[in-house]
Design a protein around this ligand. Structure first.
Ligand code: SF4
Length: 362
């Protein structure tokens, strides 16, 4: 059983982070925030996939102003990501941002930080202190060296220095991220940080890569941390459609038995026993499963020798035979169908079960 590290609780809009709140899934848009229509469309897609908090890049005043219009059309809290210009942080909060992500150290001095804090207090907006390996202050790099898996002091000290700046101005609605593109450095940094602070932690591996590399790197790093009870919210960063980030995030939570959402697809890798075109069928099923909301377990197995047995817990599954397919439910054979009709019959039954499931959920 995973025992969560004790952290303070803060709220990004209506989503609690830290304490006993569920570990939340975030993502970030890759649209031009000023393009309200595209940004809203992308956030609605993220929402449909289960994303609980969206983040947008705020590069100029027009983007900060767009937040108000975007927020009117979406249902999840919105965080503004800001670098360097404190005025954009203020403008984003005045425009209704539910949270901001900054690196206080690059806002240009204490006077400017104080202005951000005054505004955050007035609007009750939490701040994420987001430090990356690439944004560590020069003096800390000189003193401690570039972060490595063995020594991540520079990263931790940079984050805590920034947190202290906010605390100095009486602000502690804070969560922290210290991201690195290196898996072991990320794990070590968060582990060490979690020993010295009880602020909620936002996990992530920065510049993780494309679908395969990014999923593996993020899952290893975040999986290790979450399994030790470290982490209160996270984003899987992928060079892909952000909806994929959310899907990977929920698979990660499911695999650690932390949270479950929607259906689960079990499929075998196939082997010499497979006698039908399983890849085609698996692809079709996988596509449909991504649109499902019912918490069904769906199995696609290559053979009847091991298939139904291996996927006993599946609500519905299919196993390939010699020119036929066996459709099974809860590990028991339900129908034997010719290969030519298999896709049609299986998909029709799966859709029926999904429709029934949706009705129960509403
Ligand atoms: S379910 Fe059958 S086809 Fe699939 S890997 Fe197992 S033995 Fe091979």
């Amino acid at each position: 059983m995973i025992i969560r590290r004790k952290t303070r609780t803060l709220y990004v809009g209506g989503v609690g982070i830290g304490g006993q709140c569920p570990i939340s899934v975030q993502s970030m848009t890759n649209t031009d925030t000023k393009d309200v229509q595209q940004t809203v469309e992308q956030i609605l897609g993220l929402e449909a996939a289960g994303c609980e908090i969206a983040r947008v890049a705020v590069l100029d005043t027009a983007a900060a102003r767009a937040i108000r219009v975007i927020k009117d059309q979406i249902g999840i809290p919105l965080i503004a990501d800001i670098h360097f210009d404190y005025r954009l942080a203020v403008a984003a909060m005045e425009s209704g941002a539910d949270g901001i992500r900054i690196n206080p150290g690059n806002l240009g001095g204490e006077e400017k930080i104080a202005k951000v804090v005054v505004c955050a207090k007035r609007h009750q907006v939490p701040i994420r202190v987001g430090v990356n390996s690439g944004s560590i202050e020069k003096d800390l790099l000189k003193k401690y060296g570039y972060p490595t898996p063995e020594k991540s002091t520079a990263l931790i000290e940079s984050a805590m220095r920034n947190v202290r700046l906010l605390e100095k101005h009486g602000f502690n609605e804070v969560k922290i991220s210290i991201k690195s593109s290196d898996v072991l450095t990320t794990v070590n940094s968060y582990q060490e940080l979690s020993k010295i602070t009880d602020y909620p932690l936002h996990l992530g591996v920065t510049e993780a890569g494309g679908l395969i590399a990014g999923t593996v790197k993020s899952s290893v790093a975040l999986g290790l941390l979450l399994s030790k009870g470290i982490g209160d919210t996270f984003r899987i960063s992928l060079t892909r459609d952000p909806v994929e980030e959310v899907r990977v995030a929920f698979e990660l939570l499911r695999s650690l038995k932390i949270r479950e959402r929607g259906p689960e697809l079990i499929s075998c890798p196939t082997c010499g026993r497979t006698r039908i075109d399983l890849f085609g069928l698996a692809e079709e099923v996988e596509k449909y499963v991504q649109t499902m909301v019912s918490p069904l377990k769906v199995a696609v197995m290559g053979c009847v020798v091991n298939g139904p047995g291996e996927a006993k817990q599946a609500d519905i599954g299919v196993a390939g035979g010699n020119g036929v397919g066996i459709i099974f439910k809860k590990g028991k054979i339900w129908q034997k169908v010719n290969e030519d009709d298999l896709m049609r019959v299986f998909m029709a039954e799966l859709k029926k079960m999904e429709d029934d499931g949706r009705k129960k959920l509403t």
